[in-house]
Design a protein around this ligand. Structure first.
Ligand SMILES: NC(=O)c1ccc[n+]([C@@H]2O[C@H](COP(=O)([O-])OP(=O)(O)OC[C@H]3O[C@@H](n4cnc5c(N)ncnc54)[C@H](O)[C@@H]3O)[C@@H](O)[C@H]2O)c1
Length: 308
């Protein structure tokens, strides 16, 4: 198949493109930054004229391009609305005008805000507590209008924290790569609250596998809007993460606790029952195995490159 990936230079995009190419697909990456590995159309997805030229002659678009920091979005809401909502609209419009109809996109657990029920099911209340989450919810709603009005096939994949090798965000706010670096370097590991907050961490290969399943679902059940939680259903506390990383590194953490962040839910994880039934997807990689692989990657990376 001919596949367009937006945001393919980022953490998930890099892994997704590698899997798509391996499966024999022809992939075009569109990103603000060139990928060191894959040919990239360096462009801003908000640039409607450019997208009309680039989003053409493909069977499916995986839309990953987005600003991704919930905390930053609280300080810069207008920037998040512009990048995420206008960017999505621009891609959808280019698809509509060029006759492309299958859109699979990166949504987020952030659309739920403070959950009313645990585990969270897809049709539970969605009430984001950050502008980032609000943009993801708006992106889903926008996609649904293209499904209903223009016969698109749309799939929103709602990830709960993904992690794995080759995650190099700048700055890195995600817990697992941050803790690995801090423990490895003997720096203070900073934890909000007592470290008992439960979260769901999904290994990158499992997330990529769900995208391949989504591709087949879009073919089997077109012209519908599907939305799925991608969750392991096995939440772990922040202290469990630290302990697993300590074991994998063979080093002890120096921990500093900060007060709880207001509005930070104590427990946040989802049911993956819908994904199991309709996508035939279930997370396979245990947190222990995933952290070991991630730690091994970073140790190897720092041996070849300068230590951070
Ligand atoms: N990492 C997580 O834990 C997580 C959780 C839930 C959802 N998501 C979503 O998954 C997707 C991928 O996440 P990631 O961790 O790979 O992020 P990332 O920041 O590594 O990758 C995003 C890519 O999008 C590109 N991009 C941003 N704005 C663009 C624009 N206007 N035009 C073109 N390219 C643009 C960036 O250059 C970057 O390469 C994002 O949509 C994110 O919101 C991630």
């Amino acid at each position: 198949m001919k596949i367009i990936v937006t945001g393919g230079t980022g953490f998930l995009g890099h892994h997704l493109i590698r899997a798509l190419v391996k499966a024999g697909h022809q992939v075009k990456n569109i990103d603000l930054k060139p990928s060191p590995i894959y040919p990239t159309v360096v462009a801003d997805v908000r640039d409607q004229a450019r997208m009309l030229k680039e989003i053409i002659d493909a069977d499916v678009v995986f839309h990953l391009a987005s600003l991704i920091e919930a905390g930053e979005s609280v300080k810069k809401p207008a920037r998040y609305l512009d990048f995420n909502i206008n960017g999505t609209l621009s891609v959808l419009e280019a698809m509509r005008q060029n006759g492309l109809k299958t859109f699979i996109f990166s949504s987020s657990a952030a659309i739920y805000g403070e959950p009313q029920n645990i585990p969270i099911k897809e049709d539970d209340r969605t009430l984001p507590i950050s502008p980032y989450g609000a943009t993801k919810l708006a992106m889903e709603a926008l996609l649904n209008t293209y499904v209903k009005a223009h016969g698109f096939s749309g799939i929103a994949l709602r990830y709960f924290n993904l992690y794995g090798p080759e995650e190099h965000h700048q700055p890195e706010t995600h817990a697992i790569p941050r803790f690995i670096k801090q423990i490895h370097q003997g720096e203070l590991v900073t934890i909000w609250g007592d470290g008992g907050h439960l979260r769901d961490y999904v290994y990158i290969d499992d997330i990529v596998a769900a995208h391949l399943e989504a591709l087949s679902l879009a073919q089997k059940q077109p012209t519908q809007y599907h939305y799925f939680n991608l969750s392991t259903e096995k939440p772990a506390s922040v202290m469990e993460l630290v302990n697993l990383i300590e074991t994998a590194l063979g080093q002890s953490a120096k921990i500093k606790h900060f007060p709880d962040r207001p509005g930070d839910p104590r427990v946040l994880y989802a049911s993956a029952e819908k994904a199991r039934q309709a996508l035939h997807w279930q997370a396979q990689v245990s947190l222990e195995a995933g952290i070991k692989r991630t730690v091994d990657y970073f140790i190897n990376y720092w041996q070849k490159n300068a230590t951070p």
